[in-house]
Ligand binder design. Sequence first.
Ligand SMILES: *[C@@H]1O[C@H](CO)[C@@H](O)[C@H](O)[C@H]1NC(C)=O
Ligand SMILES: *[C@@H]1O[C@H](CO)[C@@H](O)[C@H](O)[C@H]1NC(C)=O
Ligand SMILES: *[C@@H]1O[C@H](CO)[C@@H](O)[C@H](O)[C@H]1NC(C)=O
Length: 194
Amino acid sequence: MGSSLKFSNFFLAIYLTTLFSTSIFSATTINGQTTIQPSDDTIPTTQTEKMTHLHFYFHDIVSGSKSTVKQIAGPTNVSDSMFGATVIADDALTEGPEPNSKIIGRAQGIYAVATQEELGLLMVMSYAFTGGEYNGSSLSILGRNQVNHPVREMPVVGGTGTFRFARGFALAKTVWYNTLGDAIVEYNVTVLHY
Ligand SMILES: *[C@@H]1O[C@H](CO)[C@@H](O)[C@H](O)[C@H]1NC(C)=O
Ligand SMILES: *[C@@H]1O[C@H](CO)[C@@H](O)[C@H](O)[C@H]1NC(C)=O
Ligand SMILES: *[C@@H]1O[C@H](CO)[C@@H](O)[C@H](O)[C@H]1NC(C)=O
């Protein structure tokens, strides 16, 4: 029993090695550096990771006719606990903090009040860039956002386009807000990608 299992693992390993080396990758070693050549453009052509820093402002407008969010679930009466309140957002990302600053992308996704005490959000958002060198690329941010803290850190868990295989972190700081709940948030994002 034990040895036949070992044999089948052995054959599976051979099979997988063959599969990967023939149809997905061919590896070449030049000057001790291994470069993996993919058979199509969906896989990075080298193993060199780049680090990119991004700086932009996030405009979350909850009030008025130009609102960029819509509540889709949970309590609506702010006198009660807002635990469970869930919002879908399509927030502008801009170069500078001014409301009319140049738009470089949009943060699209869901955030929800995930705390029963101190106000904290679960952010599940795509940061899609529509201008400049990252046009067409996006980052996925998934994490905890305690909005009353001066600086919050959220993980970057993936990306597309320039940011394929991304991982990293975002630092977010509210630079302006009003009593209606509108806010402008400064982001510094550090991301590793191919
Ligand atoms: C909101 O909640 C408060 C406190 O629970 C209550 O007095 C008030 O009537 C509620 N308002 C609405 C519009 O339901
Ligand atoms: C971004 O890319 C799209 C699609 O390729 C293109 O239509 C658009 O003009 C580009 N925007 C900028 C600002 O370069
Ligand atoms: C972003 O980086 C700039 C420049 O280093 C700094 O002045 C700013 O406070 C940072 N903001 C956040 C939210 O990390």
